[in-house]
Design a protein around this ligand. Sequence first.
Ligand code: DGY
Length: 323
Amino acid sequence: MADKPAVLVARKVFPEVIERLAQHFDVEDNPEDHIHTPAELAQRLQGKVGAFITLSERIDAALLDAQPQLRAVCNMAVGYNNIDVAACTARGVLVSNTPDVLTETTADFGFALMMATARRITESERFLREGRWDRWAYDMFAGTDVHGATLGILGMGRIGQGIARRGALGFGMKVAYHNRSRLPADQEGPINARWVDKETLLRESDHLVVVVPYSAATHHAIGAAELAQMKPTATLTNIARGGVVDDAALAQALAEGRIAAAGLDVFEGEPQVHPELLARRNVVLTPHIASASVATRRAMADLAADNLIAALTGGTPPTAVNP
Ligand code: DGY
């Protein structure tokens, strides 16, 4: 029997997924979950025709040029700003991502993070655990209402729409959104969503949730100038990517009381977090876990595996980015 094609699974994933891949491929996996430097990644990709990767691996033109045998790069994430797709396409390398399977789980989390931020849940929990709770007080951890407020969404893709649905149908929120393209009327209608320009979105939102993919065009889409246009009582939640929000400008805006609070699941330079964000009490910080339910992470891994198997066995990858 001919040798199986060799693939790299760059991070630790479900053993069942490794077993499935091993039926088709000679798999080099990473059970220690070592985070590879670019040089280590290049070294481990030698001789591999496929790569199952996550957002911690960067695939760029230089790496591709050193690995001309590589045919498929399958990301276990919906976002793929870690991959130079144009460079892959130019070299005939298929790129895939994992849309849809994580939409509802990620929208759940975005909504939860926004609520935790507005209602000061983690801040008040820390206070209680520190043994500082000695009385009821009329203004203790008084936050901002979510029900009936204006929910602003920057980036109205599948996840943005999921958050909008939760806000409109579950909490009676007024939904305003800004996106490159407007939703068709039959999608705006049921959630009463209103397309607005970015300035209006910033000015009107009580709770602004950022869900736009990261690219050169969205780098620092929320910076000092944008934060200055927001209400001083507003909250900002980022579940998109670090880099869409200028974290230094956000820390400054929070310090100066230009907005009330922030909920952040993603960071510029993560897993590093800006020290001034870490130091602020009115910021809810989570370690990039918006899609992390057990079922959804398994569905993402399965879909990335489906893509890799199809790409390398003559099938049609279900969610190719550059088919
Ligand atoms: C995604 O899918 O892009 C998430 O950020 C990874 O969890």
